[in-house]
Design a protein around this ligand. Structure first.
Ligand code: BYC
Length: 316
């Protein structure tokens, strides 16, 4: 069968809503773009542990500390799960990690912003995990089986994360004193716009959207998901008495959606190029953790080799 026939057959299979599995034939472009996206997603989970990890020692109560530790631990689990999904596409984990550590691979722009107060932890859970869920619920129906199944599990945990963030914001913004209300509003102001950027460039400027939508890797466009997130989040903000930091935000009766102001795309492009407020710090933290963990990897490999050898001995 020539390549065009294989491509047509692949497209028909995807159009009929079948999942592609690791051993199925797939176009090289499909494999490549999935490795790119799933790896970026995995890196985002791992780098995403850093801004919140920064507050574990300073959480305001034992209950908050225990919850935050479990949330950050969940994120490590999501990262490992996604690296495994990525490996099914024929790339090994060392290569993926190396691409993160050398700055070659991207991770979500959102994790290059600092967490300056405890309210930022509430804002991250509510807004960042909230935005991640909107994107990931859509990705549950992505055409690549291992990625789609990873999303089902991850979404369940993310919804806990989102609620714990909103609960922190309720405590501060709705039930808190004046100083706490102020802290919550300031955190909201810091995280609102970067959260909208998580959905990527506008559809008109999204390089991968057309092909990835045809392959059903993407089920909704960047702008559709961003709008969904805004429509869902504005009433939640109003309920707890927060003001949306966007003078152009207005309900549009005819569209049945909120209109909103222009995103600062220059800022977005700078952050994804490596020039955000914390890009350097995030990469250095990952490089340090990797170097300090070398002995663990060596010990685990030595132990695995020893087990293999003694297993071979027993079999002989
Ligand atoms: N940040 O053609 P486009 C979490 C890049 S973590 C950085 O629209 P695509 C959590 C894009 O990669 C959840 N880069 O791309 C963890 C591309 O660059 P390359 C993270 C971005 O792939 C801890 C270029 O811009 N979620 O929940 O069709 C604590 C052109 O864009 C961003 C995921 O990773 C960005 N925001 O669509 C708390 C979701 N946006 O590769 C929470 C999975 C775009 O050509 N990813 N770029 O150099 C996706 O769904 C898609 O990749 C995107 C972008 C919607 C993000």
């Amino acid at each position: 069968m020539d390549n065009q026939e294989l491509l047509d057959r692949f497209q028909r299979y995807v159009d009929d809503e079948h999942k592609i599995e690791a051993k199925d034939w797939m176009p090289e472009g499909y494999r490549k773009t999935l490795i790119r996206q799933v790896a970026q997603h995995a890196h985002s989970e791992i780098v995403g542990m850093l801004p919140e990890g920064n507050w574990i020692t300073r959480a305001p109560s034992l209950r908050r500390k225990a919850i935050l530790i479990s949330k950050v631990q969940d994120e490590a689990g999501h990262g490992l799960y996604l690296y495994s999904a990525c490996e099914t596409l024929g790339v090994d984990r060392d290569t993926l990690i190396n691409e993160l550590l050398t700055g070659k691979a991207k991770y979500s722009s959102i994790f290059n912003y600092p967490t300056v107060s405890w309210a930022d932890i509430g804002a991250i859970g509510w807004l960042v995990d909230g935005a991640a869920i909107v994107n990931q619920v859509s990705l549950q129906r992505t055409s690549y089986g291992p990625y789609s199944r990873a999303m089902v599990r991850i979404c369940k945990e993310e919804s806990f994360h989102q609620r714990q963030g909103y609960e922190i914001m309720i405590a501060l913004a709705k039930n808190g004193n004046e100083a706490q209300k102020k802290l919550a509003q300031e955190a909201f102001n810091r995280w609102w716009w970067p959260s909208l950027m998580m959905f990527g460039p506008s559809d008109a400027n999204s390089a991968h959207s057309a092909q990835n939508t045809a392959w059903k890797i993407k089920r909704h466009s960047n702008d559709e998901l961003r709008q969904k997130f805004i429509d869902m989040t504005v009433p939640q903000a109003e309920y707890i008495g927060l003001t949306i930091p966007d003078p152009d935000l207005k309900w549009n009766e005819a569209r049945g959606h909120y209109d909103f102001g222009e995103i600062n795309w220059t800022e977005f492009n700078e952050v994804i190029k490596g020039n955000g407020p914390c890009n350097k710090q995030r990469l250095e933290a990952r490089q340090k953790a990797h170097a300090e963990g070398a002995w663990v990897r060596e010990a685990a490999s030595a132990y695995a080799a020893k087990r293999k050898k003694s297993g071979e001995g027993r079999a002989a």
